[in-house]
Ligand binder design. Structure first.
Ligand code: TA6
Length: 300
């Protein structure tokens, strides 16, 4: 079980800072973040949630959207960036359990930071069971979240079952992509995929590209490894491994208002395309077994 000892800013700086590349700060009370500035990119990762909420390739613009009305506070997921939905996606049948699991609000431990010869930066965070997680989910586990930051962004979410019984997992990297205007965005690669439209609670088959004319919330299954978000002349390629499902979401106007932390008109500048293992693509891990969901984002 993970010790309760916190990594203070002093400890983080002493053990993981790399001069001119990796530094640490607290952007709010009890809210440590890692700031990365390399020749290839800059990024920000909150230890709460293992939550990357800025990724800017050198000479480019931020890949990620963050609502100006988001709250950086313990127990609250950032409205934007890449929330880690684990060990379940979506609402839990027991109402007292948090939607999208507990990983996105837990305090993760930083295990590794490195500047590689190719100029990329490697970061590894980990989460294990503790008193709080055992209240919600009765398993011993290792969850490892690794980032490789260069002119592209790669993310690896590795689950290891340390319990003595099988564990059921559904998960998503709930990525909020920054776009110029949702009305001109289209997604390539889901044509022919089955989906569950969670708004109308109907199933269907995607015909052609995904475009946005209102609130959109669909879970796609049987998805290919490569999807593309087209945003005017810009392309964001999403290349995933061990993910057979994707969620596409835009809250549009009314849902945005109900969220409470989505800035007015913020929905116009974001689209969520989430690499996931949900519904029929969710899985069970045997004791001692591991599995990794990974994705790489390339901007063209
Ligand atoms: O991934 C789409 C979704 O499940 C939506 O239904 C909406 O609930 C969204 O996630 C955001 O959830 P959150 O709990 O972060 O407000």
């Amino acid at each position: 079980m993970q010790s309760e000892s916190r990594q203070t800013l002093e400890m983080l700086r002493k053990e993981f800072a790399i001069g001119g590349v990796i530094g640490f700060d607290a952007i709010a009370e009890d809210y440590p973040v890692m700031a990365i500035t390399s020749p290839l990119c800059s990024a920000k990762i909150a230890l709460r949630g293992g939550h990357i909420y800025a990724f800017v390739p050198a000479g480019g613009e931020d890949l990620l959207f963050v609502s100006k009305d988001t709250v950086f506070a313990p127990g609250k997921a950032i409205r934007g960036g890449i929330p880690v939905c684990w060990p379940w996606f979506g609402a839990h049948p027991e109402k007292n359990k948090p939607s999208h699991g507990f990983a996105r609000t837990a305090l993760w431990k930083l295990k590794k930071s490195e500047l590689l010869d190719d100029g990329s930066v490697g970061v590894v965070l980990s989460l294990e069971e503790n008193e709080a997680t055992k209240q919600l989910w009765p398993y011993d586990f290792d969850l490892e979240l690794s980032f490789k930051l260069a002119e592209t962004l790669s993310i690896y979410l590795k689950t290891t079952n340390r319990a003595d019984t099988p564990m059921a997992i559904s998960q998503a990297l709930h990525t909020y992509f920054s776009v110029s205007d949702i009305a001109s965005v289209w997604i390539e690669g889901l044509d022919g995929c089955r989906y569950l439209d969670t708004l109308a609670d109907v199933e269907g088959t995607q015909a052609g590209s995904v475009v946005f004319e209102g609130e959109f919330d669909r879970i796609y299954s049987g998805v290919p490894k490569r999807l593309i978000i087209h945003d005017k002349g810009r392309k964001i390629v999403i290349a995933s491994e061990q993910s057979g499902s994707s969620i596409v979401w835009n809250p549009w106007i009314e849902k945005s208002r109900r969220l409470g932390d989505m800035e007015p008109e913020g929905y116009r500048r974001m689209v969520c395309l989430e690499s996931a293992n949900v519904l029929d693509d969710a899985f069970s891990l045997q004791p001692g077994e591991s599995r990794t969901l990974s994705v790489t984002y390339m901007i063209g």
